[in-house]
Ligand binder design. Structure first.
Ligand code: ADP
Length: 255
């Protein structure tokens, strides 16, 4: 029995494995706190600019009783308040996701969701359609997640498309995917991984006061990754952006 218990090489291996696991845990923990620190700093920075702008404009309005100027100032204040609300909504959504508050998954039919998302686009948007649908495709997701994902991708596509947006729903053996193509300027390869980072916006878009928050694609990425799926961006046949969202197929799919 003595010989059996003192199997030293094996004990060493186990210790080494344990140490490796511990170190892995430690560095993951460091990654998480570093990311959290950066996120808090970035969020404060992003919230600061609309708040500062609102304050300056209100000060101007108070100091200057010209009613015409006041109208202009109020419109600016309204626009900045809307930006602030969008930022706070995005931050809240991400905070809930970080805290593991995730809606329960159920089979979600993507063709229906894609059509509904297109129907929600504001009047005057570029033409958008669902193309090449063969049958129905059920994703392992939550309806609210799919809605958030499609809304964000379509809203972005509308902002950049010249004339048209095409949404395709495709199924393979184990996965279902939604492809959103636009015919806008596209996203240069060096930005393609980064656009999914929180607050990341391509330089030109930062300068532009397009009202974006830089949180949309980060929310999209979170919402699909927590279901074991993923999202990527490439180039559409028209040279615009092509976003591809892949989910696991819902098991025991209805219909
Ligand atoms: P934003 O609120 O700025 O739209 P997103 O996270 O949705 O934030 O997008 C991040 C950045 O990715 C955008 O600022 C823009 O530069 C770029 N982007 C997103 N969608 C497209 C698209 N369809 N075509 C070109 N650029 C895009």
């Amino acid at each position: 029995p003595h010989g059996e218990r003192l199997d030293l090489p094996e004990a060493h291996d186990e210790l080494r494995a344990l140490a490796a696991e511990f170190n892995g845990l430690l560095s993951r923990q460091e990654d998480v706190s570093e990311r959290l620190r950066r996120f808090t700093g970035d969020a404060a920075h992003e919230l600061r600019s609309p708040v500062a702008s609102i304050r300056v404009q209100a000060e101007v309005a108070v100091a200057n009783p010209d009613p015409e100027l006041a109208q202009e100032t109020l419109a600016d204040i309204l626009a900045e308040s809307e930006r602030l609300s969008a930022l706070l909504d995005g931050l809240l959504t991400l905070a809930r996701s970080d805290a593991g508050e995730v809606p329960p998954a159920e089979p979600v039919e993507l063709v229906t969701e894609a059509r509904a998302a297109i129907a929600r686009l504001p009047p005057g948007s570029p033409s958008a359609r669902v193309s090449g649908v063969a049958g129905r495709s059920w994703a392992h997701a939550a309806p609210a997640e799919v809605e958030l994902i499609l809304n964000n991708l379509l809203r972005n596509a509308c902002r950049y498309a010249r004339a048209q947006i095409v949404v395709s729903v495709l199924a393979s053996k184990a996965t279902v995917r939604v492809v959103v193509d636009d015919d806008g300027p596209g996203i240069a390869p060096e930005h393609r991984d980064l656009v999914f980072d929180r607050f990341y916006r391509v330089a030109d878009d930062r300068a532009r006061t397009s009202g974006g928050t830089g949180l949309g694609l980060a929310m999209v990425s979170e919402a699909v990754r927590r279901r074991g799926g993923h999202v990527t961006v490439g180039e559409s046949p028209e040279g615009g952006a092509r976003f591809v969202v892949v989910w696991r197929k819902a098991t025991g799919e209805p219909g």
